[in-house]
Design a protein around this ligand. Structure first.
Ligand SMILES: [Zn+2]
Length: 62
């Protein structure tokens, strides 16, 4: 089962922030496993959302 890798056969991921699929890029060749977002912008948006959630969620209600 040899699979040839053509340009249309690049790995794909769905960005959890904007919900759009994005494909493998050369700059990610070393860290594709860790890439989660399609762009810096989405990455920042996500961490902002996390911070807001963290602030809004009362974790220690005693
Ligand atoms: Zn995105």
């Amino acid at each position: 089962m040899a699979r040839q890798r053509s340009k249309s056969d690049l790995p794909n991921k769905i960005c959890p922030v904007c919900g759009r699929p994005f494909s493998w890029r050369k700059k990610w060749s070393d860290c594709w496993e860790e890439v989660k977002y399609c762009s810096q912008r989405c990455r920042r948006r996500k961490s902002q959302a996390d911070m807001i959630t963290y602030v809004l969620e009362p974790k220690n209600l005693s």
